[in-house]
Design a protein around this ligand. Structure first.
Ligand SMILES: [Zn+2]
Length: 215
């Protein structure tokens, strides 16, 4: 039986990461731990921390303020996709046409069925959310600007570095990533478009139904 690859698609700030967290929680609470959550940001950070040859290279690129190349990101994602877990959840990939073709090749090579989920959130709502979001300088917990300081540790809050450049990231998404959706749908077994205002916890339950019906 094929493995399942859930691809979380959507603009930065659309809430796809939070939806991913809710899917993880749903899987765990139903007793299913045979899954792997793959976030490209986490993969890059882990590689740097492990100080592998590639990790040192990535560190150099990141600290010079440049973007890590498609080839490097793809290499890390492909390595994660070869892991034995039955369910994989992919957040932040594919972002470019190059990565799109890589994921289709991986689907065929590694016998995964793609379930693509798009978080469809308006630009107005994204900007509203982002302008209300803060991160703790100490413990990195995300919280609301209304909290004042961090509700977890009382540390000072600041705007996330990537939130500060949200306009540029939205433009980049519109130009390079959003056009890939059609191609992704064509190559998916199941497609779901979720309104950005709908409750992520409820969506996660619906997604579990899809997984259970198809696994
Ligand atoms: Zn804190």
């Amino acid at each position: 039986m094929n493995k399942k690859l859930i691809i979380l698609f959507g603009a930065p700030g659309s809430g796809k990461g939070y939806l991913g967290d809710c899917i993880k929680e749903e899987l765990k609470s139903s007793g299913n731990n045979d899954f792997l959550y793959i976030s490209t940001g986490d993969l890059l950070r882990a590689e740097i921390k492990a100080q592998t040859k590639l990790g040192k290279e990535i560190e150099k690129i990141v600290s010079s303020g440049k973007l890590v190349s498609d080839t490097i990101v793809s290499e890390l994602v492909m390595k994660a996709l070869t892991q034995p877990h039955t369910i994989k959840i992919l957040d932040g990939y594919p972002r470019t046409e190059f990565q799109m073709f890589d994921i289709i090749a991986a689907r065929d090579m590694l016998a995964h069925d793609i379930i693509s989920i798009k978080r469809h959130t308006s630009v107005d709502l994204i900007k509203e959310r982002v302008s209300n979001r803060r991160i703790c300088r100490n413990c990195k917990a995300t919280h609301s600007v209304a909290d004042g300081c961090c509700p977890k540790c009382g540390g000072p809050s600041e705007i996330r570095k990537d939130d500060a450049v949200i306009d540029a990231r939205l433009k980049e998404y519109e130009k390079n990533t959003e056009p890939l959706w059609y191609e992704l749908v064509k190559n998916s077994g199941v497609t779901l478009v979720a309104d950005g205002r709908s409750e992520a916890k409820h969506l996660a339950k619906d997604i579990m139904c899809i997984l259970l019906a198809k696994v």
